[in-house]
Design a protein around this ligand. Structure first.
Ligand SMILES: O=C(O)[C@@H](CO)OP(=O)(O)O
Ligand SMILES: [Mn+2]
Ligand SMILES: [Mn+2]
Length: 558
């Protein structure tokens, strides 16, 4: 029973307390066979290569996708949210994607408080649905939107406006056209039934709305202007035309399409958000919806000039931040990720330092701690954020802040003020998402150098390191057929893969503080990210709680 559980952790029978543990999460760094499109293989990575030689006792792979991290199926690629949740919580929870599936198929979503709340606007107002339009399954899924459109209309919505964000990051670039066609078909069917349902605005996810961790509020503002005010630089009569026309620019990319609004014959926007309307943000994943949720919900808000703040009933698909209770209304209750390793370790006196650059800062803090912002114990924890470059795709600065983060970690380790020093190094993922192979190689090299800086510091203080990753990305940059052969476009060029992958990720342990008999167990071949938390607790000298996934390590007599 959760209530009767104590916070105090038993001392480990064999492992000492008091070692500094450096935890490095390489974002988007999977393990795959050598191949020209495996950027991690192509890159010269002496630090990671040396760690790999420690296998199987001190290097192995662990699962980072699908059911191992609480996703609906094993066809679901891993992602940062579920990955860091599993790494930090040590337990596997049914994640947002799955909870929404269950609520939609059972129909329970329509009986909940959140839906009843927005339903009050259906009689006289419009229902606006804002979110990422693809089948990527990382932030949202188009089939869930389709079910919600149908269900909402059956439950009284008479006027519906969709505000779409094109993807190209979790799915192939260019697939936006197909997804818009799919939704337009559904909306046409609703129109036949007398529901006034249209796409009202749109834009690319990385340029419109879906910023995260307050990296660049202008991204959210562009979306606000289009969705709420009905203003955008591009105006079209329908969304399919919009996406097709905007993609004619040779540099166009689904991730970065400029904002557009749909207008009627007289040039008036067909779906600005007005007083009395209902709004649902249909992404289940938190990080890239929190900023919009704040703009929609907070009375006092100074991040940009909202110009007009409509009186709306707003619900998130999920509640995105458990600590901030944001948004206050939601259609599906989020996973209750409890008793994370961060909270346990804080109760047991472990002093923690966590750092990343802005675009991944919440990953090693908010996601790591079960989607909670803030500290468990401000006297024991320090979280430091290094500002990311803003306004550029990361292939333009592929080294990102890897070395800066590593130097912060080094200083934290050498200060001896912390027992755990945890970082996320973003390059494999953020540069991998651009589909730019040359840049990804530069990024992976910088990540390898960053790891070396951390390991050198751990060496100096006699500490222990754990180097792992949250999911794959840079190790496979091409879409493949079933036999593994790269797929080509009509023009003969390979289809670049900008998304995450289904590959496992490496985990390595070591450092002078690691007792000689410590090694990876051989009886957990299908272990995954959720097994890491117990492992780290052991390395701090504690037994892990019974309800955690088992530790990856054992101690054998020498
Ligand atoms: O950029 C993001 O939002 C996702 C991909 O959609 O990547 P990650 O899970 O690594 O944060
Ligand atoms: Mn990630
Ligand atoms: Mn990613």
């Amino acid at each position: 029973m959760a209530e009767t559980r104590r916070w105090e952790l038993a001392a480990h029978r064999r492992l000492e307390k008091g070692k500094v543990v450096g935890v490095v999460v390489l974002d988007g760094w999977g393990e795959a066979a050598p191949d020209p499109f495996n950027c991690i293989h192509v890159t010269d990575t002496p630090t990671l290569d040396a760690l790999k030689k420690g296998g199987p006792e001190r290097w192995r792979v662990i699962k980072a996708h699908g059911t191992a991290v609480g996703l609906p199926t094993d066809d679901d690629m891993g992602n940062s949210e579920v990955g860091h949740n599993a790494l930090g919580a040590g337990q596997i929870y049914a994640q947002g994607a799955k909870l929404v599936d269950m609520a939609l198929t059972s129909g329970k979503i329509y009986e909940g408080e959140g839906f009843k709340y927005i339903q009050q606007s259906f009689e006289n107002g419009t229902l606006h649905l804002i979110g990422l339009l693809s089948d990527g399954g990382v932030h949202s899924r188009i089939d869930q939107l389709q079910l919600l459109l149908k269900g909402a209309s059956e439950h009284g919505a008479k006027r519906i406006r969709c505000h779409i964000l094109t993807d190209g990051r979790d799915v192939l670039d260019g697939s936006s056209v197909k997804f818009v066609e799919m939704i337009e078909d559904d909306l046409a069917k609703l129109q036949e039934k007398g529901v006034d349902a249209r796409i009202a605005s749109g834009g690319g996810r990385m340029y419109v709305t879906m910023d995260r961790y307050e990296n660049d509020w202008q991204v959210v503002k562009r979306g606000w202007d289009a969705q709420v005010l009905g203003e955008a630089p591009h105006k079209f009569q329908n969304a399919l035309e919009a996406v097709k026309k905007l993609r004619e620019d040779p540099k166009a990319n689904d991730q970065y399409l400029p904002p557009f609004v749909i207008v009627d014959e007289r040039g008036r926007p067909i779906g600005p958000i007005m007083d009395g309307d209902a709004v649902v943000t249909f992404n289940f994943r938190a990080d890239r919806m929190v900023m919009l949720a704040k703009a929609l919900e907070y009375e006092n808000f100074d991040k940009f000039d909202r110009v007009r703040v409509p009186k709306i009933r707003y619900a998130g698909m999920l509640q995105y931040d458990g600590e901030l209770k944001l948004p206050s209304h939601f259609l599906v209750a989020p996973p209750e990720i409890e008793r994370t390793s961060g909270e346990y370790l804080a109760h047991n006196g472990i002093r923690t330092y966590a750092c990343s650059e802005t675009v991944k800062f919440g990953h090693v803090t908010f996601f790591w701690n079960g989607n909670r912002s803030g500290y468990f114990n401000p006297n024991l924890e320090k979280y430091e954020e290094i500002p990311s470059d803003i306004g550029i795709p990361f292939n333009e600065q592929p080294k990102m802040k890897a070395v800066e983060i590593a130097k912060k970690a080094r200083d934290a380790i050498l200060s001896r003020k912390f027992d755990q020093v945890r970082v996320n190094i973003a390059n494999g993922d953020m540069v991998g998402h651009t589909g730019d192979i040359e840049a990804t190689i530069v990024g992976c090299k910088a990540a390898d150098e960053a790891v070396k800086i951390v390991l050198d510091a751990i060496e100096q203080v006699g500490g222990i390191f754990v180097v792992t990753a949250d999911h794959g990305n840079a190790e496979d940059m091409v879409k493949r057929d079933k036999s593994g052969k790269p797929l080509r476009n009509k023009d003969g060029n390979v289809q670049l893969l900008t998304s995450h992958t289904l590959n496992p990720v490496p985990i390595a342990i070591g450092g002078p503080g690691l007792q000689p008999g410590v090694r990876f167990r051989s009886d957990l071949p299908s272990a995954g990210l959720a097994n890491v938390a117990a492992t780290v607790m052991n390395l701090h000298g504690f037994e892990s709680p019974d309800h955690y996934e088992p530790t990856l390590i054992e101690v054998v007599d020498q």
